[in-house]
Every structure is written in structure tokens, then in C-alpha cells.
Write a protein that binds this ligand. Structure first.
Ligand code: HAM
Length: 416
């Protein structure tokens, strides 16, 4: 009988078959990161609320509406992390990583939490994998993190992916641009959706994201920052593009690209997938040269990305099967009196690296064989009451006597 309890809204269980698909993804991601010299880091699932308010930005939807915030017993405000970059920068500062050789290259993977309206590809607890390259202002770093995500999606076999690229310029350039954008929006207030109108001064860039027809009309004639980049901002963007061209990474420049976090400067990018419907962004990121300073450190340039694991898996769908279950052996006993011998043998086999299962359900001998077949076991070791042993090949049904004194050798020495 099903219980009245269910996983909370917007969350889900990861059942064994799905866990196997994730395991493949995690293994390939770890390889891609390791090959580029990115080291693993893990940070707590909750942080001081203030970290995200400062890091992600008070005007963002994430901070305004989507954080799971609670008070601990000491009255401190804590928040389940909605993203990883602020936490990684906090750890960078807390552990004095600015004293290491720069840049410090890190990657992470784990659960994140946003109180969003759940739908396909959008959950309240989801998983991200991400990378952060902290301490380099070189366009090479921008190109490298983009390349990492492109390689990862390529090696996983994610179909229908497009890379969109833009630049927001430096904070100063962006500030000047935002004033012009606000002026443009104010001049056309009557044509904007209510939501956009109310947020002109708080978050004008979001207007580029709107589905509203009137707003889209206004945005078609809005000033675009990529077209106004100057000096070093323009050079940086040109160099990032040249590096991607040289590495054979295809992209489209998208002047309307908007990201939902406040910390970005200069390069921003987004990998979208045409298999995903409304939640089409599989991953994205950009440069955030002001964040470490915002968190109390010295000015430190940085760039990174995060990708949604559920979205990658949705895009892969059935195209790529997960990691198979290990091929394993079953030990079956024809006589319950053989149980202790069987248990000792199972321990010995497992220590020798053989995957082996023993019937735990008190099945008859016949049912043990049937069960072994059902779970995909190809070989069954049968312990007879007289101390002898047989090895049965489940595919052919053939059975042969094996040396009971050398069962581990028998099982590790080659295929039956
Ligand atoms: P983000 O764009 O907010 O960026 O999230 C990155 C990815 O996480 C998205 O592209 C999407 O695939 C996935 N994602 C976000 N929200 C959800 C959700 N509710 N359900 C399922 N998947 C979701 C960041 O988080 C930045 N920290 C990325 C970054 C790293 N920028 C620089 N470094």
C-alpha cells in the first residue's frame, strides 16, 4: 500500500536506474575537469543568508523570491544555497586561496535549492555541476571555461546544443548602459508589461527576457550593450571570440542574453538545447570580476559556469543509456546447512573484487536460480551439501564441477 507521504513539491527521488545515468555523467564530468586541472571542492548546503544577498544580488529573482531561508536555533538567518559561485568565492577567501598560484581552478557538483514554480526541467531541489576559475582576467580563462562545458556536453552526447555569447562590459560601462536602458524603458512605459514596468529601476535587463508582445516591441529598439563596448571591454570580448574561433567552438552572439544573477561583468554565455522546451538553458555562466571584492576580498577577476544535471539528463533522454549494473555472480545453496560456508565465500569473493550476491529471502534452491536469472546474473556458484561446488552459466544453462578449495581463483581467473 502506498503511504500518504510523497517527496515535497518540486523535488524528486533518484531511483537506481536514474542513479546509474547520473553516475556516468559524473564520471565523464570528473574526467573532463581533471584533464583541465580543475580540482574538486565541496561547500555546505546552507550558508549565511547575507552571502547570497550580497553575492547573487538583492534585485535578482533568486534573492527576492526563490530562496529557502530559515532561522537556526541561535536566531541566525541561513539559506539553502540557490547557486554555487558565491559559496566557492567565500571558501576561496576563507581558506586564503589568494595565496596559492593563480588562478585557482575548482569544480563542484551537488544539490541546489530555489523556490520556483515546478515544471519539466525546473525543480525546487535540483543538481548542478560547475567550475570556477578564480584569479585570472585573461580572455583565455573565459574561453577555457566555455570549452570545458562544450567538451562535457559533447562527450556526454547531448544533442541540439547552441552556445550563446554576449558581454556586459565592465561594471562602469554596464552602469552607464543601464541608465540609458532605463531611460529608453521609461520613455515607452505605456507599452511595457506591468511586471517589467514595475522593475525598470530595479532590474531593467530582465525586460529582454519578457514574452509580452508590447515589451518585445520596445526592446527591439532598445540600446544593446554588446554594440557599445569600448576600449578594454571591446578588446576582451574580441579576444574571447577569437579564442573560441581558433578552438572550433561554434557560438552565436546574442545581444539580448540576460542572466539571473547580478555579479556578471564582461563575458556571459548560455548553452541552450532545442530538446528542452521552455527551460531550454542547459548551463551557463560568465565572468564575475567584482564578486570577490563584494564579499570582502581584494579585487580578483574570475569566471565560471554551472549546468543543470537534470536538464542534461532530460536532453539525453534515452539516447545514451546509463552505466550498466556490474556483472555479478550469485552464490546459491542447495541446502540451508551451507549458509555459513556461503556467507564466508561471499565475503572472500567480495574482498577479491568480485561482485556477488547471496539470497537473503530464504528462497528454495530453484527459486534462487530463477531470481539470479531475473536480476541478470550470468554465473551462479552452487554449493552442494557434500562440500562440492558447481558453476552454472545462466546463458547456456551448462553446469560444471569446480574445485571447492579454489572458488575465488575460479571466479577471478577468467570468464566461465
Ligand atoms: P544559473 O543560470 O542560475 O547560474 O544556473 C545554472 C544552471 O542550473 C541553469 O542553466 C540550469 O540548467 C540549472 N538550473 C537553475 N535553476 C534550476 C531549477 N530550478 N531546476 C533545474 N535546474 C536549474 C548559476 O547558478 C551560476 N552560479 C553559474 C555560474 C558559475 N556563473 C559563474 N560561475
Amino acid at each position: 500500500m502506498a503511504s500518504k507521504f510523497q517527496a515535497p513539491r518540486g523535488t524528486f527521488d533518484i531511483l537506481p536506474e536514474q542513479a546509474r545515468a547520473r553516475r556516468r555523467l559524473e564520471r565523464i564530468a570528473a574526467e573532463v575537469f581533471a584533464r583541465a586541472g580543475y580540482e574538486p571542492i565541496a561547500t555546505p548546503v546552507f550558508e549565511d543568508t547575507d552571502l547570497f544577498e550580497r553575492g547573487v544580488g538583492k534585485s535578482t529573482d533568486i534573492v527576492r523570491k526563490e530562496m529557502f531561508t530559515f532561522e537556526d536555533k541561535g536566531g541566525r538567518s541561513l539559506t539553502l544555497r540557490p547557486e554555487g559561485t558565491a559559496s566557492v568565492c567565500r571558501a576561496y577567501l576563507e581558506h586564503g586561496m589568494q595565496k596559492l598560484a593563480q588562478p585557482v581552478k575548482l569544480h563542484y557538483l551537488g544539490p541546489f535549492f530555489r523556490h520556483e514554480r515546478p515544471q519539466a526541467g525546473r525543480y525546487r531541489q535540483f543538481h548542478q555541476l560547475g567550475a570556477e576559475c578564480i584569479g585570472s582576467d585573461s580572455p583565455l580563462a573565459d574561453a577555457e571555461v566555455i570549452m570545458l562545458l562544450a567538451d562535457l556536453l559533447g562527450e556526454l552526447g547531448v544533442p541540439g546544443v547552441e552556445l550563446r555569447l554576449a558581454s556586459l562590459g565592465s561594471f562602469e560601462a554596464r552602469r552607464a548602459y543601464l541608465e540609458d536602458l532605463k531611460a529608453h524603458l521609461h520613455a515607452h512605459e505605456g507599452e511595457l508589461s506591468k511586471d517589467v514596468r514595475e522593475r525598470i529601476d530595479l532590474n531593467p535587463l530582465r525586460a529582454f527576457d519578457s514574452d509580452d508582445e508590447g515589451t518585445r516591441g520596445v526592446m527591439a529598439s532598445a540600446p544593446m550593450i554588446v554594440e557599445r563596448l569600448e576600449g578594454e571591454d571591446a578588446e576582451h570580448f574580441a579576444e574571447v571570440r577569437a579564442l573560441l574561433d581558433a578552438s572550433g567552438i561554434a557560438y552565436v552572439i546574442d545581444p539580448t542574453l540576460v542572466r539571473g544573477l547580478d555579479y556578471y561583468t564582461r563575458t556571459i554565455f548560455s548553452f541552450v538545447c532545442d530538446r528542452l522546451g521552455a527551460q531550454s538553458e542547459i548551463g551557463g555562466g560568465g565572468r564575475y570580476d567584482g564578486l570577490i571584492e563584494q564579499l570582502g576580498g581584494a579585487p580578483t577577476p574570475a569566471v565560471g559556469f554551472a549546468a543543470g544535471i537534470e536538464r542534461i539528463l532530460l536532453a539525453l533522454d534515452e539516447e545514451v543509456a546509463g552505466e550498466g549494473r556490474d556483472a555479478f555472480v550469485a552464490v546459491a545453496v542447495a541446502d540451508p546447512g551451507q549458509r555459513q560456508r556461503a556467507m564466508a565465500l561471499v565475503a572472500e569473493l567480495r574482498h577479491a573484487g568480485v561482485s556477488v550476491e547471496l539470497d537473503l529471502a530464504g528462497r528454495s534452491f530453484k527459486s534462487q536460480l530463477k531470481h539470479a536469472n531475473r536480476i541478470g546474473t550470468r554465473r551462479v556458484l552452487i554449493l552442494e551439501a557434500d562440500g562440492s561446488a558447481q558453476l552454472r552459466d545462466m546463458d547456456s544453462g551448462e553446469q560444471r564441477a569446480v574445485d571447492p578449495g579454489n572458488l575465488v581463483g575460479e571466479m577471478t581467473g577468467g570468464e566461465a
